[in-house]
Each structure stands twice: as C-alpha cells, then as structure tokens.
Design a protein around this ligand. Structure first.
Ligand code: NAD
Length: 410
C-alpha cells in the first residue's frame, strides 16, 4: 500500500482531534491532566539501538502508532518491531495495523507513509536519513547531534524550511520540568545579573577499552566527547540563560588513545576529554568539562548558574530538584511539584511531587510538544535551527582545540 506523503499541516491530523486534545498554554495549569495526549500520529523510526527503543515506547505512551522500523539489517528491525508490537498484535507483522520492519529507509517511507520520521541512527547518518523524509514532506524528529558537519546541518535546515515541515532535534535537557523552572527563574531576574556559568557532561560510556561506533569518524564524525556529550550541556546553558555562546577556548585530550576492536588494538583519534572556557553574548564567562572516561559517572549533565544575588544548581541524574543558593548563605531545595511550579514547568510535569520523573519523561515531553506543533498548536520545541547552531558551536570548539586559540562564534 502506498500512502500519499503528508506535506501540509492541514491534512496531517483531523481538525476535531486537534481541538479535543489541545495542549495547554502557559497559565492553563488546570488543563494539564486533560490534554496529555497530542494528536495521534503515524510514526516511523530509523535506527534500532537504545534510543530508538525509548522513542518507540514514548510514541506509544502518547497514543500514537509506530508503523515502521528500519535498521541496517532486517533482523534488528524485526527484533525492535516485535518488542514494540502492541499487545494483541504480536506474533506477526501485519501490514495494516502492525509495525513493519525494513532494511531500506526509502521503502519504509514510501510503503508506510508516516506523518513523522524519528531519526535514531548514529550521528553520521542523520543528514541522509532526515533528508529522505524531508524530500517526501514528512515531519522529522532527529537525534542529536543533528549532523557531523556544519554544511550538512545547513543543508538540512534549508531543506526542512523549503519543505515547510516540522523539524526537531532531541535536545532533551530542555524537556525536564526543573530546567523549564530554572530558565524561568533566571530570566525573571531571581538571582540578579549573571556572573558565571559552570558545569559539564561526565560519562563513563567509553571508560572500558572497547571500541564503539562513536570512535569511527565515518559514522560519528571527528568529535566524540563534544559532539556526543557536550552538545547537551551547550544547549542547556544557552537555553536557561537566554544568551548565546559567543566565544570558546578549548583543549582536548584522548585519554584512551587505543581501544580493542574485534580483538585488535586500534588507534582512536577523537577526543574523550574536553575542558572549555566560554563567553556568553551578554559577557558572562563560563567553563565546562565533557568526559567520556569518567568512571562511576553514567550520565552526569550538571549546571551551576551564579548571579549577583544567588545561584542555581541542576543535574540530570537528580532531575526533580533545583538547588537555589541564596545570598544569605541558605540553600533552598525546590522540588518538582506540578501545583507549585511556573506555568511553563508545570505544563510538562505530570506525576505528583515526590513521585520522580526522569529521562523517559523528558523524551515524552519533547515528542509530545513536537506532535502538538504538528497538530497546529503553537508549542515551542528545539528546532533544526537550534541543531544547526549547536553543530557550529561543536565545530568552533574543535577548531579552538586544534589551533589552541579562542574562537568567536556568530
Ligand atoms: N537525546 C539523547 O539523550 C540521546 C541519548 C542517547 C543517544 N542519542 C543519539 O541517538 C543516536 C543513536 O544512539 P544509540 O544510543 O541508540 O546507539 P546504539 O549504539 O544503541 O544504536 C545504534 C544503532 O545504529 C546501528 N549502527 C551501528 N553501526 C552502524 C553502521 N555502521 N551503519 C548503520 N547503522 C549502524 C546499530 O545497529 C544500532 O541500531 C546517536 O546519534 C546518539 O547521539 C541521543
């Protein structure tokens, strides 16, 4: 069955559905429980690894359907399709209502005609995979980093704008309620004029000696710790301060210069440890560390923002609290309580205070906002313009490390 590609928001979702499932606007706090579900869309996924599974589960949590899964080899696509198969439909891949596995992306898009493609493949394939959807007028949600080169990022941005589709990048830190709360409090001046930002992203994903695709420049690009890990922090600092990173001065190390691939030691070129000084467009100085070799730190993305009158601390592995350091030396812990948060944060907080929300919820929030926007609601989400900007910040950090000089960013 060949579906007509969907290329306008008008025919993407039935109007009645959009109205019934309207996403709340700031201030509509009581609407939250009634409007959990965005419009029901038909989604396809390319990539069959860890993050593809999270996307698939969240799409289904939101009441939408996964119609196709595409992998490099069919058996992996079949395995993920079987895992995501809704109860009652397991045991076979029925064309009409099941999740079909594919090894060819173009075929999947033509045969299943999805409303949206989730690009969950390794970084180096994002551009080609997203373009397959864009040229068919299909909306895209692309994993980070958006691309491995600035040229590809610009090409994707231009193509998505020309196609008039919704194009989002998974800068998921923004979708935690306490990050929305942090942004609101900083922008309202609660800690006064900003003095400095600090933080980083520490991981031990690659502490072991094994080689992974993240070290293959043909698949992951030439940067590891900055493009894969740091990109989350770089977006976070711009998002919560409302300022742009205008200058970077970085140094790279490759602390594990060889790794074991198929039983043989191979050289690694990409950086696994980064220290960077930066300056924001309002003059605020900052510093960060990105590490893929930090034993005992599974995924520590953390930020401190210092102002004249106090400071805030947030970290992704304890995401339900925001710490407020105050000028009188007291430290206030602000808990995620949907009833007490700002409207922007409360809009994406669902479980009652004390019942933790986390990584999967942030993913759901991001997908929910993009789907709502596809349905016609004026909901903000991280766009391809944001993705392109971050690719150029990553590129500037690489250039700075290579030249050992500070690099200005437009
Ligand atoms: N937004 C987030 O918080 C977040 C978190 C994790 C990963 N990601 C991103 O998601 C993407 C996928 O990461 P993952 O964690 O799912 O990785 P993974 O290693 O779990 O899966 C990668 C997938 O790519 C496939 N693959 C590996 N080598 C390939 C090759 N040479 N050619 C084609 N396919 C190949 C694998 O078979 C697998 O299906 C990456 O771009 C990553 O940055 C984002």
């Amino acid at each position: 069955m060949v579906h007509t590609p969907i290329n306008s928001m008008e025919n993407c979702v039935q109007k009645t559905t959009i109205e019934r499932l309207r996403v709340p606007r700031p201030g509509d706090r009581n609407e939250v429980a009634k409007t959990y579900y965005p419009p029901e869309l038909r989604a396809a996924i390319v990539g069959t690894g860890g993050i593809a599974r999270i996307h698939g589960q969240r799409i289904q949590d939101l009441g939408s359907r996964v119609v196709g899964v595409c992998g490099r080899d069919l058996s992996k696509a079949q395995a993920l399709a079987a895992e995501l198969q809704p109860a009652g439909r397991r045991g076979g891949f029925r064309r009409r209502d099941g999740i079909e596995p594919f090894a060819d992306l173009g075929r999947m898009l033509d045969e299943t005609g999805p409303d949206v493609l989730h690009v969950c493949s390794p970084h180096g394939f994002h551009a080609a995979h997203a373009l397959e959807a864009i040229k068919r007028g299909i909306h895209v949600i692309c994993e980070k980093p958006m691309t491995t080169t600035v040229e590809d990022a610009q090409r994707l941005l231009d193509a998505s704008e020309a196609a008039g589709i919704h194009a989002a990048v998974c800068l998921t830190q923004r979708s935690y309620p306490m990050v929305a709360e942090l942004r609101g409090r900083i922008l309202s001046g609660e800690i006064g004029k900003l003095q400095a930002v600090r933080g980083g992203f520490l991981s031990w994903d690659s502490s072991h000696e094994n080689w992974g695709w993240g070290f293959d420049p043909a698949i992951a690009g030439t940067s590891y710790a900055t493009a894969d890990l740091g990109v989350h922090w770089l977006d976070l600092v711009e998002h919560v301060t409302g300022s742009r990173i205008s200058q970077v001065d970085a140094r790279f190390s490759t602390l594990r210069p060889t790794r074991v691939k198929d039983g043989r030691e191979v050289d690694v070129q990409a950086e696994d440890y980064v220290r960077v000084f930066l300056q924001l467009s309002d003059g605020t100085p900052g510093s960060a560390v990105f590490s893929g070799v930090c034993a005992g730190e599974p995924n520590a993305c953390f930020i401190d923002v210092d102002g004249m009158d106090g400071g805030f601390h947030w970290q992704a592995d304890d995401p339900n609290v925001l710490r407020h350091r105050r000028a009188d030396a007291s430290i206030l812990t602000i808990a995620r309580d949907p009833e007490r948060l700002s409207a922007d944060a409360g809009r994406i907080a669902f479980t009652p205070a004390g019942h933790a929300e986390g990584f999967g919820d942030a993913f759901r929030n991001l997908i929910r906002d993009v789907y709502a926007a596809i349905g016609g609601d004026p909901v903000a989400y991280p766009t391809f313009a944001d993705g392109r900007r971050l690719v150029s910040v990553v590129h500037a950090i690489q250039e700075s490390a290579q030249t050992r000089k500070a690099i200005d960013i437009d």
